[in-house]
Design a protein around this ligand. Structure first.
Ligand code: NDP
Ligand code: MG
Length: 387
């Protein structure tokens, strides 16, 4: 049986690597839906190569160009946010890979769960914003959520075969990003160009900035809570600059299991598709004679305050992680446009956390309202109308 995969965000870093996995296993997988936001040329090329049943471009202004370019193919062409949210419910889809960036991934993910599609989850912001709701819906609809994030895939792999065994803690590894050794003074003046140069991973711009600021690791802590049902005190972050160990699980007898490999996202993507099986892959192998040193450090939450803010949001619960996510999205976009300094991002996020209405038990509508309010407050801080 060929599994039909819908890729939300097929033109991005995760999306294009997912297509490489599909290409390597044409007897197992087919790309049935491809979607993008703006990069219409890339989407056209992908559609011509993979012949999906449908494509969606979120930016409606690009619809005509897409439609005309694919007129000779039996590919349905849609545009707009609504179409993107609805397409995940199409009958032939088996797996929805959520590989778009940010809060925009929440609604299509909810719709896909309601339509009982298996979710291969790359879009961690969905779990950060509404992990409790996503888990409830997944449970009600008996839909698996398969992690794609390399750390969570590593933990998922360590947990295979350990169904009844108690987990003492999960240990998320962090590369530390490009500024791991920078002093507070040095961090004051770092530029977006420096932040975009990640030492180990080649990713989209937003997650690359999040990695440099360690908000990415903070989000992964929140993601781990919801994916694995562990409490905040059971989630540890350890800086491991070589990115060879992708994460670990410590069980109640003290045994620690780790998953190791090259820093290549195609492996976790493929595992989410093939779970519980493993498939042959042609990716490069880890050569232990070349990684002679594996080192570990405590993360520094004084220099990287975002990690502390994410733990705080997790401990406060309710809509607080949603507030942090929205504030962070606004700040990262501003940083990429030179409107805020690197350290200014944490200051702004902290202020937004103080000012947005706290809701202890949010509904979906509450998340929508919180996201909008947090963005408004963050924007007002940035343009100076709020101090
Ligand atoms: P990219 O920026 O490379 O790609 C994002 C994709 O989503 C593109 O196809 C983009 O379209 C589309 N997209 C962006 N915004 C919207 C929107 N508002 N509506 C519809 N489509 C949209 O990101 P990555 O692939 O790096 O990351 C994707 C997700 O996976 C993120 O949530 C990230 O945190 C997570 N992730 C990524 C990892 C990585 O290695 N890259 C590792 C672990 C997690 P277009 O090309 O047209 O702009
Ligand atoms: Mg990760």
């Amino acid at each position: 049986m060929i599994k039909r995969i819908a890729i939300l965000g097929s033109t991005g870093s995760i999306g294009t690597q997912a297509l490489q996995v599909i290409e390597e296993h044409p007897d197992k997988y087919a790309a049935s839906i491809l979607t993008a936001n703006n990069r219409v040329e890339e989407l056209i090329a992908q559609a011509r190569k993979f012949r999906p049943e449908a494509v969606v471009i979120a930016n409606e202004a690009k619809y005509r160009q897409l439609k005309e370019a694919l007129a000779d193919l039996p590919v349905k062409v849609h545009a707009g946010e609504e179409a993107l949210c609805r397409i995940v419910q199409e009958k032939p889809i088996d797996i929805v890979l959520t590989a778009m960036v940010g809060y925009a991934g929440l609604r299509p993910t909810i719709n896909a769960i309601r339509a009982r599609k298996a979710i291969a989850l790359a879009n961690k912001e969905t779990m950060v914003v509404a992990g409790e709701l996503i888990n409830k819906l997944a449970h009600e609809n008996r839909t698996p959520i398969l992690p794609v994030d390399s750390e969570h895939s590593a933990i998922f792999q360590c947990l295979a075969g350990e169904v009844d065994n108690a987990v003492e803690k999960v240990i998320l590894t962090a590369s530390g990003g490009p500024f791991r050794t920078f002093s507070h003074e040095q961090l004051k003046t770092v530029t977006k160009e420096q932040a975009l140069r990640h030492p180990n991973w080649d990713m989209g711009a937003k997650i690359t900035i999040d990695s440099a600021s360690m908000m990415n690791k903070g989000f992964e802590v929140i993601e781990a809570k919801w994916l694995f049902g562990v409490q905040p005190h059971q989630i540890e972050v350890i800086v491991h600059p070589q990115s060879v160990i992708h994460s670990m699980v410590q069980f109640e007898d003290g045994a620690v299991k780790a998953q190791l490999g090259m820093p290549d996202m195609r492996l976790p993507i493929q595992y989410a598709f093939s779970y519980p099986d493993r498939l042959h892959a042609s990716f490069p192998r880890l050569d232990f004679t070349k990684c002679t040193e594996l080192t570990f450090e405590q993360p520094d939450t004084t220099r990287f305050r975002n990690l502390a803010l994410a733990y705080e949001a997790l401990n406060r619960g309710g809509n607080m992680p949603c507030i942090v996510n929205a504030a962070n999205e606004v700040c990262v976009a501003a940083f990429l446009h030179d409107r805020i300094s690197f350290l200014g991002m944490s200051d702004a996020i902290e202020k937004v956390m103080e000012r947005v209405t706290f809701i202890p038990q949010p509904t979906y509508e509450d998340y929508v309202a919180t996201d909008a309010e947090a963005r408004r407050v963050a924007e007002s801080l940035l343009n100076g109308s709020l101090k």
